[in-house]
Design a protein around this ligand. Structure first.
Ligand code: GDP
Ligand code: MG
Length: 465
């Protein structure tokens, strides 16, 4: 996510990190480069201008010039300004209303509305313990209603059927009645994609808004459209009172211009970001955490939340206990680790959130290949229980058998054993402290040293990655 921007800003700011003194000259030079980096990230020009002006103003102030670590201080100013531009704090959904609280989705075709309906349902049911119903008012594409039905089954939301020959407003009215009767707490209404210049279609969604009286009207927009995302959001908001934005496909967006422009251009908060095609790939949008990711300082808080949400706590606790007792970490445990990891969106998803990873050269990052995880698991599956518990017995003929059984080469088996041995070493080091120790290690990479408040906020204890 936002890799290009991270790399560009990273380069500019690393140059400053070591400098003993800041002069007016090198602040100006740095700000020129920051400006270029933002423009390349497709941040809207007025936003870039204001950003650079504000940072410059603060940087020229006494505080920085006198500071003992001017480079660090300037990075902090940039960080604070990034947070500011994206809206300071996370704004969550406000669902206080007579149930069902209605969420209306709007946006262009293919922006990710239907997927986001499913993601939100899942999130609201899991995190908010809400009873959610969904309905599709997209009568223009025949498969659209089926798509929502399939997805809602997957996330176990209550699907209210609709037909392609019904009028959207009629569907909406009926869905309200059904949702009330079912005691649904939230009703999420999916709509057809539309362009803000299409008068008829905009009239339709205005009517839907009137009938449904939603507490949340969310504009769903593709992150890869950059600053255009902010402009279309603004145009929609002129016709429809939006309460927030869901920024989708942030996983594939190297630039980040949309995330940085939307708040300033529209005045509306980004409430969530979509970070993948799967229904669990939705994150509440925290400006401070995203700023930290952009500056290559990682997002350990989101990582920790994800770990405690997705990892099988029982299994993690069992493994931690086993390691504490001094019993070895074996191939069965290794396999379990890889399964857990792929549950969390794979290595590439994790890397994104670890501090300092932005500085890794591309060829190293590219080595992280999530498909490989499937192959590693296949290799372990081809081993006997005895081999998994005592990897040392895996020699020549066993290696050939395992390779044949998993459709791989002996060198793949060797590679796995090597990775396993490295992991085993790491586990020994972390014995007893688990993730806490690792976080402390990472803490050294944070500016100012250590995580805010020190230590770990809830959950994840003993998780041994
Ligand atoms: P709609 O036309 O607005 O309803 O868009 P859909 O929900 O049908 O999504 C269009 C395409 O975008 C689908 O292939 C989705 O899988 C994909 N998509 C939606 N959200 C995300 C996301 O956050 N990340 C990625 N990578 N793909 C997404
Ligand atoms: Mg759709």
């Amino acid at each position: 996510m936002f890799d290009n921007l991270t790399q560009r800003l990273g380069k500019v700011l690393t140059n400053l990190r070591g400098q003993g003194r800041l002069t007016e000259e090198n602040i100006k030079e740095t700000m020129r480069e920051v400006r270029m980096a933002l423009l390349e990230a497709d941040v809207a020009l007025p936003v870039v201008r204001e950003f650079v002006d504000r940072v410059k103003q603060k940087a020229m102030g006494e505080e920085v010039m006198k500071s003992l670590t001017p480079g660090q201080t300037l990075i902090k100013i940039v960080n604070d300004e990034l947070v500011q531009v994206m809206g300071e704090a996370n704004e969550s959904l406000d669902l206080t209303a007579q149930p069902p609280a209605v969420i209306l989705m709007a946006g262009l075709q293919g922006s990710g509305k239907t997927t986001s309906v499913a993601k939100l349902s899942r999130w609201l049911q899991q995190q908010g313990k809400k009873k959610v119903s969904v309905v599709s008012c997209d009568v223009y594409r025949p498969a659209a209603i089926d798509q929502l039905q399939t997805l809602s089954k997957e996330v176990e939301a209550n699907f209210i059927p609709s037909q392609g020959d019904e009028k959207p407003v009629k569907i909406a009215k009926r869905a309200m009645e059904t949702a009330k009767r079912d005691f649904a707490e939230v009703l999420i209404v999916d709509t057809a994609g539309r362009l803000h210049v299409d008068g008829e279609m905009m009239e339709e969604i205005k009517q839907l808004h009137q009938v449904l009286d939603p507490v949340e009207t969310l504009f769903v927009v593709d992150s890869m459209t950059g600053q255009d995302a902010a402009n279309t959001a603004k145009a929609f908001n002129d016709a429809l009172p939006l309460t927030g934005v869901i920024l989708t496909k942030a996983d594939g967006d190297a630039r980040g211009g949309a995330a940085l422009s939307i708040r300033q251009i529209t005045g509306k908060p980004i409430k969530f970001i979509g970070v993948g095609e799967k229904t669990d790939a939705l994150e509440p949008f925290h400006p401070d955490r995203i700023a930290s990711r952009i500056l290559g300082m990682g997002d350990v808080l989101t990582l920790v939340e994800e770990v405690s949400r997705k990892v099988d706590q029982d299994k993690a606790a069992k493994l931690a206990k086993k390691l504490q007792k001094g019993k070895g970490f074996d191939l069965e445990d290794f396999k379990e680790q890889m399964l857990q990891m792929s549950k969390m969106g794979g290595m590439s998803g994790l890397l994104d959130k670890l501090p300092g990873m932005g500085e890794l050269p591309d060829h190293v990052k590219n080595q992280v290949d999530d498909k490989q995880v499937g192959r590693l698991i296949a290799i372990i599956n081809s081993m006997t229980p005895h081999e998994r518990a005592f990897p040392a017995v895996i020699k020549g003929s066993r290696k050939r058998r395992i390779a044949a059984g998993s459709g791989t080469q002996v060198q793949d088996v060797n590679k796995l054993l090597k990775q396993f041995t490295q992991m085993q070493k790491m586990m020994k080091k972390m014995k007893g402290g688990g993730m806490k120790k690792m976080m402390r290690g990472l803490g050294g990479r944070f500016p100012g040293g250590g995580m805010p408040g020190g230590g770990m906020p809830g959950g994840g204890g003993g998780f041994p990655f």
